[in-house]
Design a protein around this ligand. Sequence first.
Ligand code: ATP
Ligand code: MG
Length: 402
Amino acid sequence: MSLWRSRAYERPMALRGGTVFKDKAKLSFDFVPETLLHRDAQLQRLQSLFRPLLDAGASSTAFLHGPVGTGKTHLSRRFATDLGRAAPEKGKAAEYVLVNCRQRMGDDSVLLAILKKFDERFPDRGFSIPEKLQTLRGQLERHKVHLIVILDEADALLKKSGPQLVYTFTRWGEEGGRSTVSLLLISQKADALDKLDAAARSTFRRGNEVDFPRYTRKELWDIARYRADLAFHPATVPDEVIDLVADLAAEDGDARRAIEILLYAGLAADDENAGEVGAEHVRGAKGEVHPTHVEDRLKGLDVTRKLVLLAVARKARKKTYVTTGEAEEAYAIACEEFGEKKRGHTQFWKYLKELDALGLIEAKLSGEGVVGKTTMISLPEVPAKPLAQLIETSLRPRSAAK
Ligand SMILES: Nc1ncnc2c1ncn2[C@@H]1O[C@H](COP(=O)(O)OP(=O)(O)OP(=O)(O)O)[C@@H](O)[C@H]1O
Ligand SMILES: [Mg+2]
Protein backbone atom coordinates (compact mmCIF):
# COMPACT_ATOMS: atom_id res chain seq x y z
CA MET A 1 0.00 0.00 0.00
CA SER A 2 1.53 3.24 -1.08
CA LEU A 3 1.71 6.13 1.26
CA TRP A 4 -0.34 8.54 -0.78
CA ARG A 5 -3.33 6.19 -0.98
CA SER A 6 -3.60 5.55 2.67
CA ARG A 7 -2.86 9.14 3.68
CA ALA A 8 -4.54 11.19 0.99
CA TYR A 9 -7.79 9.28 0.62
CA GLU A 10 -8.22 8.55 4.25
CA ARG A 11 -9.15 10.65 7.18
CA PRO A 12 -6.06 11.13 9.32
CA MET A 13 -5.48 8.40 11.91
CA ALA A 14 -6.06 10.78 14.77
CA LEU A 15 -9.62 11.44 13.63
CA ARG A 16 -10.37 7.72 13.48
CA GLY A 17 -9.18 7.21 17.00
CA GLY A 18 -6.07 5.46 15.71
CA THR A 19 -7.80 2.27 14.76
CA VAL A 20 -7.98 0.40 11.47
CA PHE A 21 -11.42 -0.92 12.40
CA LYS A 22 -14.61 0.70 11.21
CA ASP A 23 -16.79 -1.96 12.83
CA LYS A 24 -15.00 -4.82 14.55
CA ALA A 25 -18.29 -6.60 15.25
CA LYS A 26 -18.52 -7.46 11.54
CA LEU A 27 -15.77 -10.00 12.21
CA SER A 28 -17.37 -11.52 15.28
CA PHE A 29 -18.52 -15.13 15.07
CA ASP A 30 -22.17 -14.30 15.61
CA PHE A 31 -22.47 -11.69 12.89
CA VAL A 32 -24.42 -13.19 10.01
CA PRO A 33 -23.56 -11.46 6.72
CA GLU A 34 -26.33 -10.30 4.42
CA THR A 35 -25.06 -12.53 1.63
CA LEU A 36 -22.81 -15.54 1.69
CA LEU A 37 -20.58 -15.43 -1.33
CA HIS A 38 -20.19 -18.55 -3.45
CA ARG A 39 -23.07 -20.29 -1.73
CA ASP A 40 -25.79 -19.60 -4.29
CA ALA A 41 -26.11 -23.26 -5.23
CA GLN A 42 -26.63 -24.30 -1.60
CA LEU A 43 -29.10 -21.49 -0.98
CA GLN A 44 -31.12 -22.36 -4.05
CA ARG A 45 -31.23 -26.00 -3.02
CA LEU A 46 -32.54 -25.07 0.39
CA GLN A 47 -35.10 -22.77 -1.18
CA SER A 48 -36.33 -25.50 -3.46
CA LEU A 49 -36.45 -28.06 -0.63
CA PHE A 50 -38.58 -25.66 1.39
CA ARG A 51 -40.84 -24.52 -1.43
CA PRO A 52 -43.66 -26.81 -0.21
CA LEU A 53 -43.59 -24.88 3.03
CA LEU A 54 -44.31 -21.54 1.41
CA ASP A 55 -46.69 -22.98 -1.18
CA ALA A 56 -48.71 -25.34 0.96
CA GLY A 57 -47.56 -25.01 4.56
CA ALA A 58 -46.03 -28.48 4.33
CA SER A 59 -43.05 -29.57 6.43
CA SER A 60 -39.63 -30.11 4.94
CA THR A 61 -36.32 -31.54 6.03
CA ALA A 62 -32.74 -30.97 4.96
CA PHE A 63 -29.35 -32.27 5.96
CA LEU A 64 -26.43 -29.86 5.55
CA HIS A 65 -22.95 -31.24 5.75
CA GLY A 66 -19.40 -30.17 4.98
CA PRO A 67 -16.09 -29.46 6.68
CA VAL A 68 -15.24 -26.77 9.22
CA GLY A 69 -15.94 -23.15 8.30
CA THR A 70 -17.77 -23.81 5.05
CA GLY A 71 -20.76 -21.62 5.90
CA LYS A 72 -23.26 -24.24 7.08
CA THR A 73 -24.41 -22.47 10.22
CA HIS A 74 -24.53 -19.00 8.75
CA LEU A 75 -26.19 -20.01 5.51
CA SER A 76 -28.90 -21.83 7.44
CA ARG A 77 -29.45 -18.76 9.63
CA ARG A 78 -29.56 -16.52 6.58
CA PHE A 79 -31.95 -18.86 4.82
CA ALA A 80 -34.29 -19.27 7.78
CA THR A 81 -34.33 -15.55 8.54
CA ASP A 82 -35.16 -14.71 4.92
CA LEU A 83 -37.81 -17.42 4.81
CA GLY A 84 -39.43 -16.00 7.94
CA ARG A 85 -39.58 -12.60 6.23
CA ALA A 86 -40.95 -13.98 2.97
CA ALA A 87 -43.62 -16.17 4.55
CA PRO A 88 -46.21 -13.43 5.31
CA GLU A 89 -46.37 -12.55 1.61
CA LYS A 90 -47.72 -16.05 1.08
CA GLY A 91 -50.07 -15.77 4.02
CA LYS A 92 -47.87 -17.95 6.23
CA ALA A 93 -45.87 -17.43 9.38
CA ALA A 94 -42.56 -19.19 9.94
CA GLU A 95 -39.94 -18.82 12.63
CA TYR A 96 -36.77 -20.65 13.29
CA VAL A 97 -34.72 -21.67 16.26
CA LEU A 98 -31.12 -22.82 15.99
CA VAL A 99 -29.71 -25.01 18.72
CA ASN A 100 -26.07 -25.93 18.87
CA CYS A 101 -26.15 -29.52 20.04
CA ARG A 102 -22.55 -29.45 21.19
CA GLN A 103 -23.28 -26.74 23.69
CA ARG A 104 -26.55 -28.37 24.74
CA MET A 105 -26.35 -31.79 26.27
CA GLY A 106 -29.06 -34.14 25.07
CA ASP A 107 -32.74 -34.15 24.07
CA ASP A 108 -33.99 -32.52 27.21
CA SER A 109 -31.67 -29.55 27.01
CA VAL A 110 -32.23 -29.08 23.27
CA LEU A 111 -36.00 -29.03 23.80
CA LEU A 112 -35.59 -26.54 26.60
CA ALA A 113 -33.69 -24.20 24.29
CA ILE A 114 -36.48 -24.45 21.72
CA LEU A 115 -39.17 -23.74 24.33
CA LYS A 116 -37.30 -20.72 25.61
CA LYS A 117 -37.60 -19.15 22.20
CA PHE A 118 -41.33 -18.79 22.82
CA ASP A 119 -41.23 -18.35 26.57
CA GLU A 120 -37.99 -17.06 28.05
CA ARG A 121 -39.15 -17.87 31.56
CA PHE A 122 -39.93 -21.51 30.87
CA PRO A 123 -38.45 -23.28 33.92
CA ASP A 124 -35.16 -25.16 33.54
CA ARG A 125 -36.41 -28.00 35.68
CA GLY A 126 -39.62 -29.80 36.52
CA PHE A 127 -40.94 -30.86 33.11
CA SER A 128 -40.46 -34.23 31.45
CA ILE A 129 -39.68 -34.57 27.75
CA PRO A 130 -43.28 -35.53 26.82
CA GLU A 131 -44.52 -32.52 28.80
CA LYS A 132 -42.10 -30.26 27.03
CA LEU A 133 -43.21 -31.57 23.64
CA GLN A 134 -46.81 -31.00 24.62
CA THR A 135 -46.04 -27.44 25.67
CA LEU A 136 -44.26 -26.82 22.38
CA ARG A 137 -47.28 -28.04 20.43
CA GLY A 138 -49.47 -25.70 22.40
CA GLN A 139 -47.18 -22.76 21.81
CA LEU A 140 -46.97 -23.36 18.07
CA GLU A 141 -50.74 -23.65 17.78
CA ARG A 142 -51.25 -20.52 19.81
CA HIS A 143 -48.80 -18.51 17.75
CA LYS A 144 -50.04 -20.13 14.52
CA VAL A 145 -46.49 -20.39 13.35
CA HIS A 146 -44.54 -22.98 11.43
CA LEU A 147 -41.35 -23.76 13.30
CA ILE A 148 -38.06 -24.52 11.59
CA VAL A 149 -35.84 -26.36 14.02
CA ILE A 150 -32.16 -26.16 13.11
CA LEU A 151 -30.08 -28.71 14.97
CA ASP A 152 -26.51 -27.60 14.48
CA GLU A 153 -23.73 -30.12 15.08
CA ALA A 154 -26.50 -32.70 15.24
CA ASP A 155 -24.02 -35.57 15.48
CA ALA A 156 -23.37 -34.58 19.11
CA LEU A 157 -27.07 -34.96 19.91
CA LEU A 158 -27.35 -38.28 18.11
CA LYS A 159 -24.32 -39.56 19.95
CA LYS A 160 -25.58 -38.44 23.32
CA SER A 161 -29.31 -39.13 23.11
CA GLY A 162 -29.87 -41.28 20.05
CA PRO A 163 -32.35 -40.54 17.26
CA GLN A 164 -35.51 -40.08 19.32
CA LEU A 165 -35.87 -36.31 19.14
CA VAL A 166 -35.00 -36.13 15.44
CA TYR A 167 -37.55 -38.86 14.87
CA THR A 168 -40.18 -36.95 16.84
CA PHE A 169 -39.66 -33.82 14.77
CA THR A 170 -39.76 -35.64 11.45
CA ARG A 171 -43.06 -37.23 12.46
CA TRP A 172 -44.49 -34.14 14.13
CA GLY A 173 -47.61 -33.87 11.95
CA GLU A 174 -48.55 -37.50 12.39
CA GLU A 175 -48.96 -37.09 16.12
CA GLY A 176 -52.07 -35.00 15.60
CA GLY A 177 -52.67 -31.35 16.32
CA ARG A 178 -52.41 -28.55 13.84
CA SER A 179 -48.86 -27.37 14.37
CA THR A 180 -46.12 -28.05 11.83
CA VAL A 181 -42.36 -28.34 12.20
CA SER A 182 -39.55 -28.49 9.67
CA LEU A 183 -36.14 -29.80 10.48
CA LEU A 184 -32.69 -28.81 9.34
CA LEU A 185 -29.82 -30.95 10.52
CA ILE A 186 -26.23 -29.76 10.28
CA SER A 187 -23.06 -31.72 10.73
CA GLN A 188 -19.45 -31.72 9.62
CA LYS A 189 -19.81 -35.44 9.13
CA ALA A 190 -21.50 -36.67 5.99
CA ASP A 191 -22.31 -39.95 7.75
CA ALA A 192 -23.87 -38.29 10.82
CA LEU A 193 -27.29 -39.66 9.99
CA ASP A 194 -26.12 -43.25 10.05
CA LYS A 195 -27.09 -43.17 13.71
CA LEU A 196 -30.73 -42.65 12.79
CA ASP A 197 -32.92 -45.68 12.58
CA ALA A 198 -34.40 -46.64 9.22
CA ALA A 199 -37.69 -44.88 9.87
CA ALA A 200 -36.16 -41.50 10.58
CA ARG A 201 -33.52 -41.91 7.94
CA SER A 202 -36.08 -42.48 5.24
CA THR A 203 -37.15 -38.86 5.70
CA PHE A 204 -33.60 -37.80 5.09
CA ARG A 205 -33.28 -39.43 1.74
CA ARG A 206 -30.40 -38.52 -0.47
CA GLY A 207 -32.52 -35.82 -2.03
CA ASN A 208 -32.49 -33.74 1.15
CA GLU A 209 -28.74 -33.40 1.40
CA VAL A 210 -26.98 -30.12 0.85
CA ASP A 211 -23.26 -30.43 0.44
CA PHE A 212 -20.87 -27.67 1.52
CA PRO A 213 -17.49 -28.23 -0.10
CA ARG A 214 -14.34 -26.56 1.21
CA TYR A 215 -13.83 -23.08 -0.17
CA THR A 216 -11.17 -22.67 -2.82
CA ARG A 217 -8.44 -20.09 -2.41
CA LYS A 218 -10.17 -17.79 -4.88
CA GLU A 219 -13.47 -18.05 -2.97
CA LEU A 220 -11.72 -17.37 0.33
CA TRP A 221 -10.12 -14.33 -1.23
CA ASP A 222 -13.54 -12.92 -2.12
CA ILE A 223 -14.92 -13.73 1.33
CA ALA A 224 -11.97 -12.14 3.11
CA ARG A 225 -12.19 -9.01 0.92
CA TYR A 226 -15.93 -8.75 1.54
CA ARG A 227 -15.65 -9.09 5.31
CA ALA A 228 -12.62 -6.79 5.46
CA ASP A 229 -14.55 -4.09 3.60
CA LEU A 230 -17.35 -4.36 6.15
CA ALA A 231 -15.09 -4.27 9.18
CA PHE A 232 -12.14 -2.02 8.33
CA HIS A 233 -11.74 1.58 7.27
CA PRO A 234 -11.25 1.97 3.53
CA ALA A 235 -7.71 1.41 2.27
CA THR A 236 -6.41 -0.04 5.52
CA VAL A 237 -6.36 -3.64 4.25
CA PRO A 238 -4.57 -3.81 0.89
CA ASP A 239 -5.26 -6.60 -1.61
CA GLU A 240 -1.80 -8.07 -0.96
CA VAL A 241 -2.84 -8.68 2.62
CA ILE A 242 -6.02 -10.41 1.47
CA ASP A 243 -3.81 -12.57 -0.77
CA LEU A 244 -1.93 -13.78 2.25
CA VAL A 245 -5.07 -14.35 4.33
CA ALA A 246 -6.54 -16.42 1.49
CA ASP A 247 -3.33 -18.46 1.23
CA LEU A 248 -3.41 -19.29 4.92
CA ALA A 249 -7.11 -20.10 5.08
CA ALA A 250 -6.92 -22.18 1.91
CA GLU A 251 -4.92 -24.77 3.85
CA ASP A 252 -8.27 -26.12 4.99
CA GLY A 253 -10.80 -24.11 3.01
CA ASP A 254 -12.12 -22.59 6.21
CA ALA A 255 -13.79 -19.15 6.02
CA ARG A 256 -13.86 -18.78 9.79
CA ARG A 257 -10.10 -18.98 9.82
CA ALA A 258 -9.84 -16.24 7.20
CA ILE A 259 -12.08 -13.99 9.28
CA GLU A 260 -10.29 -14.70 12.55
CA ILE A 261 -6.92 -14.02 10.95
CA LEU A 262 -8.27 -10.68 9.72
CA LEU A 263 -9.45 -9.81 13.20
CA TYR A 264 -6.19 -10.70 14.93
CA ALA A 265 -4.15 -8.98 12.22
CA GLY A 266 -6.22 -5.82 12.71
CA LEU A 267 -5.71 -5.95 16.46
CA ALA A 268 -1.97 -6.36 15.96
CA ALA A 269 -1.92 -3.38 13.57
CA ASP A 270 -3.74 -1.30 16.18
CA ASP A 271 -1.32 -2.39 18.89
CA GLU A 272 1.45 -0.89 16.85
CA ASN A 273 -0.59 2.09 15.78
CA ALA A 274 0.36 1.11 12.26
CA GLY A 275 -2.67 2.68 10.59
CA GLU A 276 -2.98 -0.19 8.14
CA VAL A 277 -2.75 -3.95 8.19
CA GLY A 278 0.46 -5.42 6.81
CA ALA A 279 1.71 -8.88 5.90
CA GLU A 280 3.61 -9.15 9.19
CA HIS A 281 0.41 -8.64 11.17
CA VAL A 282 -1.21 -11.45 9.22
CA ARG A 283 1.71 -13.81 9.77
CA GLY A 284 1.65 -13.06 13.47
CA ALA A 285 -2.11 -13.58 13.59
CA LYS A 286 -1.83 -17.01 12.04
CA GLY A 287 -0.28 -18.38 15.20
CA GLU A 288 -3.10 -17.03 17.35
CA VAL A 289 -5.91 -18.58 15.41
CA HIS A 290 -6.92 -22.13 16.07
CA PRO A 291 -8.24 -24.19 13.22
CA THR A 292 -11.27 -25.30 15.19
CA HIS A 293 -13.34 -22.86 17.18
CA VAL A 294 -12.35 -24.25 20.54
CA GLU A 295 -12.99 -20.97 22.31
CA ASP A 296 -16.69 -21.21 21.45
CA ARG A 297 -16.87 -24.69 22.83
CA LEU A 298 -15.01 -23.86 26.02
CA LYS A 299 -17.56 -21.15 26.75
CA GLY A 300 -20.19 -23.82 27.22
CA LEU A 301 -18.22 -25.62 29.95
CA ASP A 302 -18.40 -24.91 33.67
CA VAL A 303 -15.29 -24.76 35.86
CA THR A 304 -15.34 -28.44 36.85
CA ARG A 305 -15.58 -29.63 33.25
CA LYS A 306 -12.86 -27.23 32.23
CA LEU A 307 -10.61 -28.66 34.93
CA VAL A 308 -11.24 -32.20 33.74
CA LEU A 309 -10.37 -31.16 30.18
CA LEU A 310 -7.33 -29.26 31.41
CA ALA A 311 -6.11 -32.40 33.18
CA VAL A 312 -6.38 -34.42 29.99
CA ALA A 313 -4.69 -31.67 27.95
CA ARG A 314 -1.77 -31.41 30.36
CA LYS A 315 -1.17 -35.15 30.36
CA ALA A 316 -1.59 -35.33 26.59
CA ARG A 317 1.31 -32.94 26.07
CA LYS A 318 3.69 -35.79 26.71
CA LYS A 319 1.88 -38.75 25.22
CA THR A 320 -0.81 -39.47 22.67
CA TYR A 321 -3.01 -41.61 24.89
CA VAL A 322 -3.75 -40.84 28.50
CA THR A 323 -5.28 -43.34 30.89
CA THR A 324 -8.18 -42.39 33.16
CA GLY A 325 -5.92 -42.84 36.17
CA GLU A 326 -3.38 -40.37 34.83
CA ALA A 327 -6.09 -37.90 33.93
CA GLU A 328 -7.63 -38.14 37.37
CA GLU A 329 -4.27 -37.55 38.98
CA ALA A 330 -3.72 -34.40 36.92
CA TYR A 331 -7.29 -33.36 37.70
CA ALA A 332 -6.61 -33.50 41.45
CA ILE A 333 -3.59 -31.26 40.99
CA ALA A 334 -5.51 -28.81 38.81
CA CYS A 335 -8.32 -28.59 41.41
CA GLU A 336 -5.80 -27.67 44.05
CA GLU A 337 -4.12 -25.15 41.80
CA PHE A 338 -7.36 -23.35 40.98
CA GLY A 339 -8.86 -23.75 44.46
CA GLU A 340 -11.79 -25.86 43.29
CA LYS A 341 -13.47 -28.73 45.07
CA LYS A 342 -12.40 -32.09 43.69
CA ARG A 343 -15.23 -34.36 42.55
CA GLY A 344 -15.27 -38.09 43.25
CA HIS A 345 -14.31 -40.82 40.81
CA THR A 346 -17.83 -41.54 39.57
CA GLN A 347 -18.43 -37.89 38.82
CA PHE A 348 -15.06 -37.54 37.15
CA TRP A 349 -15.97 -40.47 34.95
CA LYS A 350 -19.29 -38.86 34.07
CA TYR A 351 -17.55 -35.64 33.03
CA LEU A 352 -15.13 -37.57 30.84
CA LYS A 353 -18.05 -39.18 29.05
CA GLU A 354 -19.66 -35.80 28.52
CA LEU A 355 -16.49 -34.29 27.08
CA ASP A 356 -16.32 -37.32 24.81
CA ALA A 357 -19.88 -36.74 23.63
CA LEU A 358 -19.00 -33.10 22.98
CA GLY A 359 -16.12 -34.22 20.79
CA LEU A 360 -13.55 -32.40 22.93
CA ILE A 361 -11.84 -35.62 23.92
CA GLU A 362 -11.95 -39.09 22.50
CA ALA A 363 -12.21 -41.98 24.92
CA LYS A 364 -11.94 -45.57 23.80
CA LEU A 365 -11.20 -48.91 25.39
CA SER A 366 -7.60 -50.00 25.06
CA GLY A 367 -6.78 -52.63 22.47
CA GLU A 368 -3.88 -55.02 22.45
CA GLY A 369 -0.88 -54.75 24.70
CA VAL A 370 -2.58 -53.41 27.76
CA VAL A 371 -3.76 -55.85 30.37
CA GLY A 372 -7.41 -55.55 31.31
CA LYS A 373 -9.75 -52.94 29.97
CA THR A 374 -8.42 -49.42 30.29
CA THR A 375 -9.96 -46.33 28.82
CA MET A 376 -7.50 -44.46 26.66
CA ILE A 377 -8.13 -40.78 26.16
CA SER A 378 -6.83 -38.62 23.34
CA LEU A 379 -7.43 -35.14 21.97
CA PRO A 380 -9.00 -35.42 18.54
CA GLU A 381 -8.91 -31.83 17.39
CA VAL A 382 -6.62 -29.42 19.14
CA PRO A 383 -2.98 -29.78 20.07
CA ALA A 384 -2.59 -30.24 23.82
CA LYS A 385 -0.46 -27.20 24.53
CA PRO A 386 -2.66 -24.43 23.10
CA LEU A 387 -5.73 -26.15 24.53
CA ALA A 388 -4.20 -26.20 28.02
CA GLN A 389 -3.22 -22.55 27.66
CA LEU A 390 -6.68 -21.54 26.52
CA ILE A 391 -8.32 -23.25 29.48
CA GLU A 392 -5.83 -21.80 31.94
CA THR A 393 -6.49 -18.33 30.59
CA SER A 394 -10.23 -18.81 30.83
CA LEU A 395 -9.96 -20.04 34.43
CA ARG A 396 -7.83 -17.17 35.66
CA PRO A 397 -9.31 -13.82 36.48
CA ARG A 398 -8.91 -11.34 33.63
CA SER A 399 -6.16 -9.29 35.23
CA ALA A 400 -3.92 -12.27 35.76
CA ALA A 401 -4.63 -13.78 32.37
CA LYS A 402 -1.88 -12.06 30.47
N1 ATP B 1 -19.60 -17.45 1.82
C1 ATP B 1 -19.34 -16.68 2.87
N2 ATP B 1 -19.35 -15.33 2.77
C2 ATP B 1 -19.08 -14.59 3.86
N3 ATP B 1 -18.79 -15.07 5.06
C3 ATP B 1 -18.77 -16.42 5.20
C4 ATP B 1 -19.04 -17.27 4.13
N4 ATP B 1 -18.95 -18.55 4.54
C5 ATP B 1 -18.63 -18.50 5.83
N5 ATP B 1 -18.54 -17.23 6.25
C6 ATP B 1 -18.21 -16.81 7.58
O1 ATP B 1 -17.25 -17.74 8.09
C7 ATP B 1 -17.54 -18.11 9.43
C8 ATP B 1 -17.76 -19.58 9.50
O2 ATP B 1 -18.97 -19.92 8.85
P1 ATP B 1 -20.00 -20.93 9.55
O3 ATP B 1 -19.98 -20.72 11.01
O4 ATP B 1 -21.29 -20.84 8.85
O5 ATP B 1 -19.25 -22.31 9.19
P2 ATP B 1 -19.70 -23.79 9.51
O6 ATP B 1 -19.74 -24.52 8.21
O7 ATP B 1 -20.92 -23.80 10.32
O8 ATP B 1 -18.46 -24.33 10.33
P3 ATP B 1 -18.42 -25.42 11.55
O9 ATP B 1 -18.64 -26.74 10.93
O10 ATP B 1 -17.05 -25.26 12.09
O11 ATP B 1 -19.49 -25.04 12.51
C9 ATP B 1 -18.72 -17.26 9.83
O12 ATP B 1 -18.26 -16.11 10.46
C10 ATP B 1 -19.38 -16.92 8.51
O13 ATP B 1 -20.09 -15.68 8.59
MG1 MG C 1 -21.28 -24.28 12.31
